[in-house]
Design a protein around this ligand. Structure first.
Ligand code: FRU
Length: 731
């Protein structure tokens, strides 16, 4: 299980690693805050993007303020809030958005100011062209173009933006060196064409015959706005000069080539350089704090060539862009494939885990099976060994026994001795067969048990037949009934008891009950586990029948648990002896029980409680005493009724009580130790004694009255009983 977990952990780590490889985290987020949105900014933004392609993990976030200070401030703040790593900013005006730049810088974000300047000192680096120089060079060009003489209009860029300030300064300084060049008007623009158009139009409206030779717009769009106003006014068109010098449609170079502008000045965008500077700063490489971008004048002479070059550059840019798009497509595909690969690997890993689990399960199962087989084998070995061990002593018993049976001593010995030997031999043989069978079963099929029929076949004893026993010791010896389904046990008991007792036998409880009722034995020894009727029920029935209730019952059984003994005593048993039992114990118990029954009772006084050796804890369910008191009462009544009848016989008394002569005889004898005849005589003599002392009747009259046929026999019996003749008793 632990190995399984380790394996799963390794797989998960591996998958995690793959997943992390599949998506490289963006390292640098660069915010670009443009002050406006136009073709110059577009060019620069696309250069920035292309520049970023060459740097792994650079993400650009663009914002354009559309010439609004307020908007630019907001945009810078929100760029900072998104968690940029560096800010590139072209401030709309010099001082208006310094606060936002300061906030970014104070948060530890490096700031690159480019192209337009800021009054804030809180920036990391500056990159841009020299606008003063640009204005100055343009002034020189204009002067030279006009051959040092002419009237010009200057249309400014956005008020407060650094290029407008610096270009104006440079331009005017250059112009001031040419006294015949007159700046007729300086009009305020804002870098856009519509504003320039409106401003110039307004001026033209006021100054119809103006004789303007040249208009300097601070960028190409401004110059073109002025041109539009002049064209619309229908006035003679002066020369128009601008700045920016962009290639492409509406770009300054194209306009110069097409003679719409006289000249322009390339205002460098260089997004590539800007990105390089940003990455250098972010990656901690040395960088220039101030980078001046170089530039060049565009005139009709070089416009064509410049355009060709620029177009080439633009084509290259497009090509790179396309390449990038294709590459990103591939990258996406690759990422998808990687995801699929990871998924496949995950599924394979799970399958492997599953297989491993199944494998471990079967391994475990096999191990348990092996252990079980091993245990069974050991058990089998043990039984086999024990069986073999048993066979050896059994062989040593069986053999000598066979030899013993052949010896003359045994051959001539008593029936009891040969009976005993036969029991031992028969049972030894059965045991040997049983063990042989067990061995066969184990060797052949370890798990197949013998069927109950087989066991029965082996253990079924030969039934020697029930017999009232042949050795009868003497007529007066007590009778013992042996009840047991095992013939050998019966034979064995017989060998123990014969000679002392007259014996009766029965093979189960039902049979035993029949014998007990008929013969009324003096004592019963019974097994418990028997077919047809078990010993407990048998005992209960014996104790609840008036004929047999007085008979002591000894239960002889292998059921040794105290619960079994309690059950035995509850059924009314007088003693409970467990097998194997001692011969002496059995005999002593029988003697004790019989002795206690022989205690003479004075039938004609109130009967004392009988004493026996029954333990107190297990009183029988049926009160034997009640039955017997009732019996004695009934007997006394019968005797007293017939006390005067000299012809009454024991049969008559028995019949009156619903018993046979034998039953009455044995019952009365067992309870009192006297025969019914004795008791009848005793009753007559007791009555006679009463009559002698209590009446005036003669001895002869009394003799007849108490059922004596002759007075002389009465006198004899009276003397035998009381030691005096009736005549003396009267005195
Ligand atoms: C672009 C632009 C250019 C001009 C520059 C001045 O937004 O207006 O045309 O040269 O900005 O900053």
């Amino acid at each position: 299980m632990r190995k399984n977990c380790q394996f799963a952990f390794v797989i998960l780590m591996f998958l995690g690693l793959l997943a992390s490889c599949s998506q490289q985290a963006t390292k640098y987020r660069i915010g670009v805050s443009q002050c406006s949105d136009d073709i110059w900014r577009d060019k620069q933004n696309s250069e920035l993007k292309i520049g970023a392609y060459f740097h792994d993990n650079v993400e650009l976030r663009f914002a354009a303020a559309y010439d609004s200070d307020k908007r630019q401030i907001q945009q810078i703040d929100s760029l900072v809030a998104t968690g940029i790593d560096l800010l590139i900013v072209a401030p709309n005006q010099v001082s208006t958005i310094s606060s936002a730049i300061d906030r970014a810088y104070d948060k530890g974000i490096p700031v690159i100011v480019f192209e337009r300047k800021t009054s804030s000192k809180k920036y990391t680096a500056y990159m841009g062209a020299d606008n003063y120089e640009m204005g100055h060079l343009m002034g020189e060009y204009v002067a030279s173009r006009l051959n040092g003489r002419g009237r010009i209009i200057e249309v400014m860029g956005l008020k407060g933006s650094s290029p407008a300030i610096e270009r104006h300064k440079g331009f005017r300084e250059a112009i001031s060196g040419h006294p015949n060049i007159q700046v007729v008007a300086t009009l305020q623009g804002d870098w856009t064409e519509p504003t320039a158009y409106k401003t110039v139009k307004r001026w033209l409206d006021k100054n119809h015959d103006n004789g303007i030779d040249l208009v300097f717009g601070m960028n190409d769009r401004t110059a073109m706005g002025a041109r539009k106003a002049f064209t619309e006014a229908g006035a003679r068109l002066p020369l128009f000069c601008g700045i920016d010098g962009l290639p492409g449609e509406n770009g300054g170079i194209t306009l110069v080539r097409d003679s719409l502008l006289d000249a322009s000045y390339i205002y460098p965008t260089h997004g590539d350089k800007l990105i390089q500077l940003a990455v250098d700063i972010l990656e901690g490489r040395p960088y220039e704090k101030e980078t001046k971008l170089m530039s060049a004048l565009v005139t009709r002479d070089n416009a064509h060539v410049l355009l060709m070059g620029s177009e080439e550059v633009m084509n290259q840019s497009h090509y790179i862009e396309k390449l990038h798009q294709t590459a990103s497509g591939y990258m996406k595909q690759l990422a998808n494939q990687r995801t699929l690969t990871i998924l496949a690997l995950a599924i394979i890993a799970l399958l492997l885990l599953l297989l491993l689990g199944i494998y471990m399960y079967y391994l475990q199962k096999a191990r348990i099976q092996d252990e079980r087989t091993q245990m069974e084998r050991e058990q089998l070995d043990f039984y086999t060994q024990v069986s073999h061990e048993l066979r050896t002593p059994l062989t040593l018993i069986e053999g000598p026994l066979a030899q013993l049976a052949e010896t003359p001593d045994i051959m001539n010995a008593s029936t009891a001795t040969s009976d005993l030997l036969a029991i031992v031999r028969r049972n030894t043989h059965q045991l040997t067969q049983l063990i042989n069978k067990m061995l066969d079963a184990q060797v052949g099929a370890p798990k197949s048990d013998m069927t109950s029929e087989e066991i029965d076949a082996i253990t079924t004893r030969q039934e020697p037949g029930i017999q009232a026993h042949d050795i009868v010791p003497d007529e007066e010896a007590p009778t013992v009934l042996i009840v047991d389904d095992n013939a050998d046990i019966r034979t064995y008991l017989r060998t123990i008891l014969q000679g002392r007792f007259r014996l009766l036998e029965a093979k189960d409880g039902k049979h035993g009950l029949e014998v007990a009722r008929e013969q009324v034995p003096d004592l019963i020894v019974s097994d418990v586990m028997m077919p047809v009727m078990n010993g407990l029920e048998f005992c209960q029935q014996v104790k609840s029948d008036v004929i047999s209730s007085h008979i002591p019952v000894i239960l002889l059984t292998a059921r040794a648990l105290s619960q079994h003994q309690i059950e035995g005593y509850q059924s009314g048993a007088d003693a409970y002896i467990t097998k194997p039992f001692s011969q002496e114990l059995l005999l002593v118990r029988i003697d004790n029980l019989l002795r206690s029954r022989h205690q003479l009772r004075d039938l004609w006084s109130s009967r004392p409680d009988r004493t026996g050796n029954k333990p107190e804890e297990a009183a029988p369910a049926i009160s034997e005493d009640q039955i017997e008191n009732a019996f004695i009462g009934k007997f006394k009544k019968a005797v007293e009724e017939h006390i005067g009848d000299s012809n009454i016989s024991v049969e008559d008394l028995a019949a009156q009580m619903g018993l046979s002569r034998v039953q009455l005889y044995r019952k009365v004898k067992a309870l009192t130790g006297h025969t019914p005849v004795d008791l009848l005589r005793k009753a007559r003599l007791t009555r006679a004694k009463e009559l002698l002392t209590g009446t005036e009747l003669t001895v002869s009259e009394i003799a007849y009255q108490v059922g004596f046929a002759s007075p002389s026999y009465f006198t004899k019996c009276y003397k035998d009983e009381y030691g005096v003749v009736p005549g003396e008793a009267r005195k």
